[in-house]
Design a protein around this ligand. Structure first.
Ligand code: GLN
Length: 301
């Protein structure tokens, strides 16, 4: 440890270490970690590269660089990920929100009106539901996940975002897809057509959709550090699309819509799954890389 290293030197050392470890965006990650430790921004390297880095900062930075070299995702080290212009808490209990998923949120937003009720299945960090609520008025949302630990992250994100928008209305429920709604409604004893009394205008989900066999081939950051249960869509990757589409109609009001994020080769399969259970006006939307990423359709009962 050396209290006299400059910011620029420390950055170059970190970038070199990550480069040697084979990290794809070594320079970027080295800079972002240094900014995280020192509470600086991107201009600091350009304008104040000769400022001192304290021994304490250098020690913490070196520790983070070594963990990144071991492929721990950058977002697990900083604890944050920007999504739809919001900074969300993330950790190893949730999938790190992807840019692809912003395409899903934007498609839902085109159909979202004041006062609508939204159900987000497999909510994880809560990124989809919370950004929809953040950018709308008087909507109400329910986020469901099988993982208690994921829901703790979603709950924390909700509390943080609510500081800026106290009128936000979300509930997070633990359970297996729609069954999570059943148990809560049972306690309230207001059963409706689906047995839970809950109806939604929009159901949205980014479910696990990677084929089980493919998980071992993913990059180490994903394979070793992100929750397998957020990725594994069964042998054909389609298990959750079948399960969600089959029951979604019971929970949608007339004209309600179901939105899915999909893997880029799943559009035709998911379109067929939705068609077969009675969804209409089905559309496929591409992401910024030109790959199929979202499928949605409407429910007319
Ligand atoms: N898009 C994620 C990935 O590439 C997978 C997300 C999912 O399974 N829902 O790792």
């Amino acid at each position: 440890m050396n209290g006299n290293r400059t910011y620029g030197e420390v950055y170059r050392e970190g970038a070199a270490r990550l480069g040697k470890a084979g990290i794809e965006e070594a320079a970027l990650d080295a800079r972002l970690l240094l900014e995280f430790v020192c509470g600086t921004d991107r201009n600091t390297l350009l304008v104040h590269g000769d400022r001192d880095v304290s021994g304490d900062e250098y020690g913490r930075y070196s520790g983070l660089i070594e963990r990144r070299a071991l492929r721990v995702p950058l977002q697990h080290l900083t604890g944050g990920q920007d999504f739809m212009g919001l900074t969300l808490l993330v950790n190893e209990d949730v999938l790190v929100p992807r840019q692809d998923t912003e395409v899903l949120v934007e498609e839902v937003m085109k159909q979202l009106h004041d006062g609508m009720r939204i159900l987000d299945l497999c909510t994880g960090s809560g990124c989809i539901l919370l950004s929809l609520l953040h950018y709308s008025n008087d909507c109400e949302g329910v986020g469901v996940d099988l993982s208690e630990k994921a829901l703790a992250v979603a709950g924390e994100n909700y509390e943080r975002l609510r500081e800026a928008r106290p009128q936000m209305k979300a509930r997070f429920l633990q359970g297996d897809l729609f069954a999570a709604l059943g148990s809560e409604a049972d306690e309230r004893q207001d059963e409706g057509a689906n047995g839970s009394g809950e109806q939604f205008d929009i159901i949205v989900s980014n479910p696990p959709y990677i084929k089980t066999d493919v998980i071992d081939t993913l990059m180490p950051e994903v394979r070793e550090y992100e929750p397998a249960m957020a990725l594994d869509g069964g042998a054909d990757g389609l298990v959750f699309y079948h399960r969600i589409a089959k029951d979604a109609g019971k929970y949608l009001s007339g004209g309600g819509m179901l939105f899915f994020e999909i893997g880029c080769e799943q559009a035709e399969d998911v379109r067929k799954i939705m068609e077969e259970v009675g969804f209409r006006e089905i559309a496929v939307v591409k992401d910024f890389a030109g790959l199929d990423r979202v499928v949605y359709g409407s429910w007319f009962g």
